[in-house]
Design a protein around this ligand. Structure first.
Ligand code: AMP
Length: 425
């Protein structure tokens, strides 16, 4: 038997109802903050990711689904393609490719879609997973560099998590500084690692040379005591970066978004500058990050675009749904009415009634005239219906229909002409 590939999964009802509810709420919120949707392709030129996310990151060095796409015609070139492991690079590519910077204004773009990483699958970690993300990007003259953008994004995220009903989230912040700070910090890390790196894993040994910051992403337990003692990036920020970070924090305090500082959080992607953040939730176990993001002031230029500072985030939708389920969030959307035809020829009348109800906005499910009454009741309950309406010969002849409340057992008799109005209540 053919099964779903390791690390992928099917989203089935009733869980998919909760997914859709989350997406509906999130789209509504993005509209209120004046974000608009962008949809970029699921696969891109491999070099887009190696140049932006970074060669030495776990994502690029181990986790990408990459293949050599052969040319089908003389006019085509063979090309290395990759299933997107994240969506910021694609959004910034599109921003440059379509000249969105020419508007001179901030672009506020959001996306919802699958991402692909060949990670070791476990609860909350999949090889195809879904992200809900957004980016604010634009020329500095549009305010893209201002700490107010960081605060606005973080305030929006706090509101988003509140509105979808997540309780007890925590926000952790850090600043990873600008390119110059990073160069100084990398030098300090290299020096601090030099006497100890031979005790560390092979990845750390390589990274200590090529990109020491990425040593901080190491998850090997034996390496952690060494990593704990390494210098912290906060000590290497220049004055403008320090002030930027202080301004972000002051604004978060002013709007009442609680947060704490985590100086170890450098996030596993190279393009981040200045503010980085993660929201975590206790209901998730080991994979506690519901979402992550940060500023990427140099990303556009590294992809040969204009200067276009930006900030964005990606919510792990799988994890957000898991966290909501851990709080007992009910998945199913309720059915208002179950229409139960009883006896030959009654299906037609029931179909007509269901059509009328559905067109009036009532969620209605329809039975089958071959079902006995007992079975109709069972199925109505299974469907989670609030009411059952029996459509039998007597009802059709008299024009009076019994509407039974399935939870209280109460029953009222309603004239045919009144049915839709009664059930739409
Ligand atoms: P990142 O793009 O690595 O910054 O991740 C942003 C968010 O995406 C994380 O906080 C997770 O919630 C989610 N995420 C990342 N990788 C996975 C994965 N393999 N499976 C499920 N969710 C993931």
């Amino acid at each position: 038997m053919i099964k779903a590939v390791r690390g992928t999964r099917d989203l089935l009802p009733p869980d998919s109802d909760l997914w859709n509810r989350v997406e509906g709420k999130v789209r509504n919120l993005f509209a209120r903050y004046n974000y608009h949707e962008i949809r970029t392709p699921v696969f891109e030129d491999t070099s887009l990711f190696s140049r932006s996310v970074g060669e030495e990151t776990d994502i690029v060095s181990k986790e990408m689904f990459t293949w050599e796409d052969r040319a089908r015609a003389q006019s085509e070139k063979a090309q290395s393609l990759t299933l997107r492991p994240e969506n910021t690079a694609g959004v910034v590519r599109a921003y440059i490719e379509h000249g969105l910077y020419k508007t001179g204004t901030l672009q506020k773009l959001y996306y919802i879609g699958p991402q692909f990483r060949r990670e070791r699958p476990q609860k909350g970690r999949y090889r195809q997973f879904y992200q809900i993300g957004a980016e604010i990007i634009g020329p500095p003259s549009a305010g893209s560099e201002s700490p107010a953008r960081d605060a606005e994004v973080l305030e929006m995220l706090a509101t988003l998590l509140d509105e979808v009903g997540l309780k007890g989230w925590q926000l952790q912040l850090n600043s990873v500084g600008c390119a110059e700070d990073r160069a100084r910090y990398n030098k300090a890390l290299r020096e601090a690692l030099q006497p100890v790196v031979h005790q560390m894993c092979a990845d750390c040994q390589r990274r200590a040379e090529t990109n020491p910051l990425r040593v901080l992403d190491c998850k090997v337990p034996e390496d952690q005591p060494i990593i704990e003692k390494l210098p912290k990036i906060g000590e290497y920020l220049d004055e403008p970066c320090r002030q930027h970070f202080a301004a972000v924090r002051a604004m978060l305090d002013a709007v009442g978004v609680p947060h704490s500082i985590n100086e170890r959080m450098v996030r596993g992607l190279d393009y981040y500058t200045r503010t980085t953040f993660e929201f975590t939730h206790g209901g998730l176990g080991a994979q506690s990050a519901v979402l992550g993001g940060g500023r990427y002031d140099g990303l556009s230029e590294s992809l040969e675009g204009p200067k276009a500072p930006g900030i964005g985030f990606a919510i792990g939708e799988d994890r957000l749904v898991l966290a909501l389920q851990s709080q007992g969030e009910p998945p199913r959307e309720s059915v208002q009415a179950y229409i139960a035809p009883l006896g030959a020829g009654m299906g037609l009348h029931a179909l007509n009634l269901a059509r009328e109800l559905r067109r009036a906005g009532v969620t209605a499910d329809l039975g089958d005239e071959s079902f006995r009454l007992k079975r109709s009741f069972e199925l109505a309950e299974k469907a989670g219906a609030k009411y059952i309406v029996i459509v039998g010969e007597n009802e059709v002849a008299s024009g009076q229909f019994a509407v039974k409340d399935l939870s209280s057992g109460e029953q009222v008799s309603v004239p045919r002409a009144e049915l839709t109005r009664q059930l739409a209540k």
